[in-house]
Ligand binder design. Structure first.
Ligand SMILES: [Zn+2]
Length: 514
């Protein structure tokens, strides 16, 4: 993650560094001067003429503060997001791509959106249909024990629909696998990888572990669950399909196997998986929006995903993100606010095992890339919001910091931090759209100041490492249930996302790009 930029009264003016660099001004004067400079930089970058404004004009009119306060009040006065997530997850359960449950949940969501007075657009998309079937892993030596396992999504099953029995070799990295390559043939490779390095540094063992092990003649791969902490709960997730089966095992079982190997004990495991693919099936993204009053063709896009893993209710990942996005549109509609630009919530499908919803959305809206001011994803939890992480130009980041400071600092969620970009918006980010993610922290992992697992807080703009936040305790497990969420946190997330998106949609200009 990039180092967060702090609000300072020291200005750095790109055109005349020698003259201006390091000039220290009183705070208020610096603020107005920076605002004026950002507007000019933005105008230059877009080679478009912006409305004339004096140097003392703020980014948004005084009414914007009243609107933001009204949005916050409305968000904190309704439990509807929590109630809807509870109802959907209790009623339909896991919403895996290709399942009837996902399609039924999408139908129900659409009906509820229409009850809100919103008109819903469905965008059809073909999604993969992977079937888990029955599965187990059993330790046979040095003792007989059922291992806590879950097959990885898109894996093949064990050959001939029979169990395989093989000796296991435990490694802690790909480097160690390479070093011990001659010892891998005919064995099950166990990746006992410590999650302290965070999700982005360890998830490669889940996605590529089987492929790399197969290269050296392994018959299967097992991976330490992608979590910092376990209660014998295995975490699934997508893997790259290869010729050998792959599954996750619990933290406890993975570490036990490593201890056994260190003692020189022979490890023998029996693995059985029926996993297989069926032909792709039709599904759809759901889109609701508030048309812009002045620039309806320019959009602020935000969203989360409706699908979950087959073993998970997916309350946190990602009904929370999807329904908070929907709630933004419901709130703006209820308050009869009309932003300058279009506000669009996208509830994607198939984020978990293919990202076909994101791909289809991008294909359908490619022509809007230059007209999209920002894309914001909420797929890293909907706990206590701190702000957004952002990937884009320094000028845009400064504008976001001003919005956060002016409208959201009062509820603690006006920070702008590093670069954490979600799967569903990544095609837009790759096309140059400024991108953000809702940043939240589960208080169960402790406060920012005493959480030993946090990365590099640089107050007052903390970078939160999601690899160690509470999110990954439940991620892709059967424990991702609605009780992990709280009505209050969901209200807070909705208020935060609504104020960011509404304010950005009301700027006189699109966010400046690099
Ligand atoms: Zn997700």
């Amino acid at each position: 993650m990039g180092r967060p930029i702090q609000w300072r009264t020291v200005l750095f003016i790109p055109c005349r560094p020698s003259l201006w660099q390091g000039l220290v001004l009183p705070g208020e004067m610096a603020l107005w001067l920076l605002v004026a400079i950002l507007v000019l930089v933005s105008a230059y970058q877009h080679t478009q003429v912006l409305p004339r404004r004096s140097e003392a004009t703020p980014l948004l009119p005084p009414q914007a503060k009243d609107d933001a306060d009204a949005i916050i009040d409305a968000a904190f006065s309704s439990d509807i997001v929590y109630e809807r997530i509870a109802c959907m997850t209790d009623t339909f359960g896991p919403r895996f791509s290709g399942s009837d449950a996902l399609e039924n949940a999408l139908d129900w969501t659409r009906e509820e959106m229409e009850k809100d007075g919103l008109s819903v657009v469905e965008e059809y998309v073909m999604v993969p249909s992977w079937v888990r079937g029955r599965e187990f892993a059993r330790l046979l030596s040095p003792r007989v024990k059922e291992l806590h396992m879950v097959g990885l999504g898109m894996s093949v099953g064990t050959p001939g629909k029979k169990s395989l029995v093989a000796k296991a070799i435990v490694v802690s990295s790909f480097q160690e696998l390479d070093q011990r390559a001659s010892d891998v043939q005919g064995k099950i490779v166990v990746y006992n990888v410590n999650f302290d390095q965070g999700y982005s540094n360890t998830v490669k063992y889940r996605t590529l572990g089987a492929t790399r092990a197969e290269k050296y003649g392994a018959v299967a791969a097992l991976v330490h669950s992608m979590t910092p902490y376990g209660l014998q709960t295995p975490h699934t997730g997508a893997t790259r399909t290869t010729g050998i089966p792959s599954a996750a095992i619990s933290v406890e079982d993975s570490r036990m196997l490593a201890r056994m190997q260190a003692r020189g004990q022979e490890i023998v495991i029996e693995l059985y998986m029926e996993a297989h693919m069926l032909p792709d099936k039709p599904s759809r993204n759901l889109i609701v929006e508030i048309k812009g009053a002045e620039k309806p063709d320019e959009v602020v896009v935000f969203g989360g995903h409706m699908d979950s893993w087959d073993i998970a209710d997916g309350a946190m990942d990602d009904a929370g993100g999807a329904f908070v996005s929907w709630e933004v549109v419901r709130l703006i509609h209820q308050l009869k606010l009309r932003p300058h630009r279009t506000l669009r919530a996208v509830l994607f499908v198939n984020e978990e095992n293919g990202a076909k919803g994101a791909e289809q959305y991008y294909l359908n809206h490619k022509h809007e890339s230059k007209l999209t001011s920002i894309a914001i994803e909420s797929d890293e939890g909907t706990f206590t919001p701190l702000g957004i992480s952002f990937q884009g130009s320094t000028a845009a980041r400064s504008i976001l910091e001003q919005i956060g400071k002016a409208f959201l600092a009062g509820i603690g969620s006006g920070n702008v931090s590093g670069q954490s970009i979600g799967t569903d918006i990544s095609p837009m980010c790759d096309a140059g759209v400024p991108c953000g993610s809702l940043v939240t922290l589960d208080p169960r992992v402790g406060s920012l100041s005493n959480n030993p697992c946090k990365t590099f807080s640089n107050p007052p703009y903390p970078d939160v490492n999601f690899g160690t936040s509470g999110y990954f305790w439940y991620h892709h497990t059967q424990s991702d249930t609605v009780d992990k969420l709280s009505p209050r946190q969901l209200q807070h997330c909705a208020a935060t996302l609504a104020v960011w998106t509404y304010s950005i949609a009301n700027l006189d200009f699109l966010l400046p790009r690099s």
